[in-house]
Design a protein around this ligand. Structure first.
Ligand code: N2P
Length: 346
């Protein structure tokens, strides 16, 4: 009899233990961000401190993100588009307003990253990272200094060139090579840029995204178009790499956190955005990924190497030969068509 009772007790404890393990009644925050764009430790800290679960998915380009959000059904709580895509998403009514009263850490963001044209009063977006687009090359494999986009059309580098698998970035490279605006609304200029990219294709090793880091670090290719933060990450791993801002001019970009319409957990979205603006959290992200934080107090916490690295933290006032992408709005389908023709050409 006594044995039965003990057995019953053990079984009950066993079942309760299993049940409590299965039922995770924590709130969930669905985050959709670029690949390689956060320190994983930061997600753990947020989950522990707020006793919530973060479901974290990644995308490779603004256009991939757009399609996912536009088609609906995914209910992300926080997403990370760039400037021109934020502008488009606002225009197409895909975003919710952010209540800045709930984002007390907004005061940590340097003013020069606030109220930019893509969202003039930061009604919809809160800055995350920023950077430039440039050329990275391996000075052991490339026997002359690289200074301009036109160098990426040099036969000498056949099979050694990586281009970004991203429509605005690659079109910008060709437009700037031609000394046109990367926001051109002139169809002839866009056609010319398309022809440049098609002409260049036989020289290109591959169009890549996050994989570009491995390709360049392992010296499978000698030269490529990269975002500045990835250049920082690559240069940590291979000391032969050099990053240049081409003389024809380039793109200055800003990525920010926004809340899409259809988000299920808007209060928690605000908590997460506010948390990401804490200097020590922003510093953990910036140190880990190599990208540039818009939060001066976070920059102060970075390693000396990174804080003084001119690739990540150039003198902002000297970036005058740059343009910020704008939403092409009514001629967007021309940009899409031209890019499709580039990638489908043999
Ligand atoms: C990180 C991608 C950075 C986004 N892999 C540049 N806008």
């Amino acid at each position: 009899m006594k044995n039965k009772k003990v057995l019953f007790l053990i079984a009950t404890v066993f079942i309760l233990t299993i049940l409590s393990g299965c039922s995770d009644d924590r709130q969930t925050l669905n985050v959709y961000n670029w690949g390689d764009y956060i320190n994983p430790e930061v997600i753990d800290i947020f989950e522990d401190e707020f006793n919530v679960k973060v479901v974290y998915d990644t995308f490779a380009t603004n256009e991939d993100l757009y399609v996912k959000i536009k088609q609906g059904g995914s209910s992300y709580d926080v997403i990370f588009p760039s400037d021109y895509m934020i502008e488009r998403m606002i225009r197409e009514d895909l975003l919710q307003k952010i209540d800045l009263n709930k984002i007390s850490n907004i005061k940590n963001v340097d003013e020069k990253f606030m109220n930019l044209d893509y969202d003039p009063n930061n009604e919809y977006s809160v800055p995350y990272m920023w950077g430039t687009v440039g050329i990275i090359y391996n000075k052991n494999l490339v026997d002359r200094p690289i200074t301009k986009w036109a160098d990426l059309w040099d036969e000498e580098f056949k099979g050694e060139i990586i281009m970004l698998n991203s429509q605005r970035d690659s079109l910008a490279v060709a437009l700037k090579k031609l000394h046109y605006s990367l926001n051109t609304r002139d169809i002839n200029e866009l056609e010319e840029a398309k022809n440049e990219l098609i002409k260049q294709k036989p020289l290109v090793y591959a169009y890549q995204g996050d994989e570009i880091k491995d390709t360049i670090i392992s010296e499978d290719a000698a030269i490529g178009v990269v975002w500045s933060g990835d250049a920082v990450a690559m240069m940590r791993e291979n000391e032969n790499l050099v990053y240049v801002l081409p003389e024809e001019g380039t793109n200055l970009w800003f990525d920010a956190m926004v809340i899409p319409k259809g988000a299920k957990n808007v209060d928690l979205s605000h908590e997460f955005i506010n948390f990401m603006l804490r200097p020590e959290i922003a510093a953990k992200n910036a140190e880990y990924i190599g990208y540039s934080s818009p939060i001066p107090k976070a920059v102060d916490l970075l390693s000396d190497d990174l804080r003084n690295n001119e690739v990540a933290y150039p003198d902002f006032d000297k970036l005058n030969n740059t343009e910020i992408f704008k939403d092409p709005s009514d001629i967007l389908q021309e940009y899409d068509r031209i890019w499709t023709e580039v990638i489908s050409s043999k």
